[in-house]
Design a protein around this ligand. Structure first.
Ligand SMILES: NC(=O)c1ccc[n+]([C@@H]2O[C@H](COP(=O)([O-])OP(=O)(O)OC[C@H]3O[C@@H](n4cnc5c(N)ncnc54)[C@H](O)[C@@H]3O)[C@@H](O)[C@H]2O)c1
Length: 359
C-alpha cells in the first residue's frame, strides 16, 4: 500500500506538540514530505526533526508540489480559508485545525472549494477523537442518561498561553505563548480560541441544532485586547440547554483543564480532568507541580486517531468522520457568542445567517 504523502503548513505549537508526532506514529501510512512556516528557522528545525525532505517559508511552494496528496494546516485561524482553498484548488485533501475559520463566509468558501475540486476536507476538532469524549458520545447513544437536557462545561487555561512576548511565537511548552491569540488584529478571543470546542461538544452531545445563544465576555487581563473570559447559555431546538464558562487567564502554572457534565432524563455523565496534579510539592515560594501535565487534554491518542481517520477516508473514498458542516456550525455558535456578548442580548442563530455574520 502506497503511503500518502503529506505536507504540513504552520510548524508552531499544535504542529510540534501533536500533529508532527502523530504523523510520525503513522509512518506506515503517511510520509511527511515537506513543511512550511513563515519563520524559516522553525520550518527548517521541524523538517530536520521530523524527517521532511523540504521546507518552505511560502506555503504556496509546498502546495505546488505534485507529489503531495494531503495538506495538514496548523496555522492560526485567520489563515485557514486562504490556505485550505489554495490546497483544495491544487487537488490536495485538506485536514485543517479548528476553529475552521474566522468567519462563516470563509468556512462556506472552504466547503465549496473542497466540493468543487473533489477533495476531502476535515476540521481537526480533536476532542471528537479523544477517547474520553468518544466514550461519552457512545454512552449517550446507548441511552445511558436518557434524553439529554443539559450540557455543562468548564474550561480553564493558564495565562501563559497568551503573553510571554519574550518567547518565540511557536514555542510550544505550557510556559510559552502565542501572541496572536491575544491580539485583536488576529483573534476574537476565547469564543473561537477554545469555546469552539465547547460549542462543538454541546452540539455533538445534545444531537440538536442551536436556536440561540446568550453570552457574556470580559477582558480580565489589564493588557489584553480580546476576551479571555466567556460564559454562555445555548438553547437547542429540542429544548436542551448548554452552559459553559471558559477562563483563559489563570495563574501561569495552572494546568489546562476541562470539565463536562451531561444531564439527561435518566442520569448524569461527568468527564473531567483531575482537579490537581498526581503529585504536588509545596515550597516556600508556592506550589510546584512536578507531575503536572501542562496539556491534560492532550494526553491520549486523539491526534493520531484524528489523522488516521482522515487518512482512511481519503484511501477508501468515504466521507470524513467529522463533516465540515459540524465544524462550521460550532464556529457559527462561537461567532454568535461574540456578537451576543457585544450586544448584551441573546442572538438567534437564524438571524446570524440572514444578516451575514461578517457584517
Ligand atoms: N485541536 C486543538 O485542541 C488545538 C490546540 C492548539 C491549537 N489549535 C489550533 O491550531 C492552530 C495553530 O495554533 P498554534 O497554537 O499552533 O499557533 P502557533 O502560533 O504556535 O503556530 C502557528 C504557526 O503558524 C506559522 N505561520 C504564521 N503565518 C503563516 C503563514 N502565512 N504561512 C505558514 N506558516 C505561518 C507561525 O510562524 C507559527 O509557527 C490554531 O487554529 C489553533 O486554534 C488547536
Amino acid at each position: 500500500m502506497r503511503r500518502l504523502r503529506v505536507g504540513l503548513i504552520g510548524t508552531g505549537t499544535i504542529a510540534q506538540s501533536a500533529h508532527l508526532p502523530a504523523i510520525r506514529r503513522l509512518a506506515d501510512e503517511l510520509e511527511l514530505v515537506a513543511v512550511a512556516d513563515v519563520r524559516a528557522e522553525v520550518a527548517a528545525d521541524a523538517a530536520r526533526r521530523y524527517g521532511a525532505e523540504a521546507w518552505y517559508t511560502d506555503y504556496r511552494e509546498l502546495i505546488a508540489r505534485p507529489d503531495i496528496d494531503l495538506v495538514d494546516i496548523c496555522t492560526p485561524e485567520f489563515l485557514h480559508c486562504e490556505q485550505a482553498v489554495a490546497a483544495a484548488e491544487a487537488g490536495k485533501h485538506v485536514l485543517c485545525e479548528k476553529p475552521m475559520a474566522s468567519t462563516l463566509e470563509e468556512a462556506d468558501a472552504m466547503i465549496a472549494a473542497a466540493r468543487r475540486n473533489g477533495v476531502k476536507l476535515m476540521i481537526g476538532h480533536s476532542r471528537r477523537f479523544t477517547r474520553r469524549y468518544r466514550e461519552v458520545a457512545r454512552l449517550i447513544r446507548e441511552g445511558a442518561v436518557g434524553e439529554v437536557r443539559l450540557v455543562r462545561e468548564n474550561e480553564r487555561r493558564p495565562r501563559a498561553m497568551y503573553g510571554r512576548l519574550d518567547l518565540p511565537v511557536g514555542h510550544w511548552t505550557p510556559e510559552g505563548g502565542r501572541p496572536w491569540l491575544a491580539s485583536s488584529a488576529y483573534s476574537q478571543g476565547a469564543a473561537l480560541t477554545n469555546a469552539v470546542h465547547e460549542t462543538d461538544l454541546a452540539r455533538w452531545f445534545t444531537g440538536q441544532e442551536a436556536v440561540s445563544i446568550y453570552a457574556a465576555a470580559r477582558i480580565t487581563d489589564p493588557a489584553g485586547e480580546v476576551p479571555d473570559f466567556l460564559t454562555y447559555v445555548i438553547t437547542f431546538a429540542g429544548g436542551a440547554l448548554a452552559v459553559a464558562e471558559i477562563v483563559n487567564q489563570l495563574p501561569a502554572d495552572y494546568p489546562y483543564y476541562h470539565m463536562l457534565e451531561v444531564v439527561g432524563t435518566e442520569g448524569l455523565i461527568r468527564a473531567a480532568d483531575p482537579p490537581m496534579s498526581p503529585l504536588e510539592v509545596w515550597r516556600p515560594d508556592g506550589m510546584a507541580y512536578p507531575l503536572n501535565f501542562g496539556h491534560l487534554l492532550h494526553v491520549d491518542d486523539a491526534y493520531r486517531d484524528e489523522i488516521a481517520a482522515f487518512v482512511r477516508c481519503v484511501r477508501e473514498d468515504r466521507d470524513p468522520p467529522l463533516d465540515p458542516w459540524d465544524a462550521r456550525q460550532a464556529l457559527a455558535l462561537s461567532i454568535a457568542a461574540v456578537r451576543s456578548s457585544q450586544l448584551g442580548q441573546p442572538v438567534l442563530l437564524a438571524s446570524l445567517e440572514a444578516q451575514g455574520e461578517g457584517a
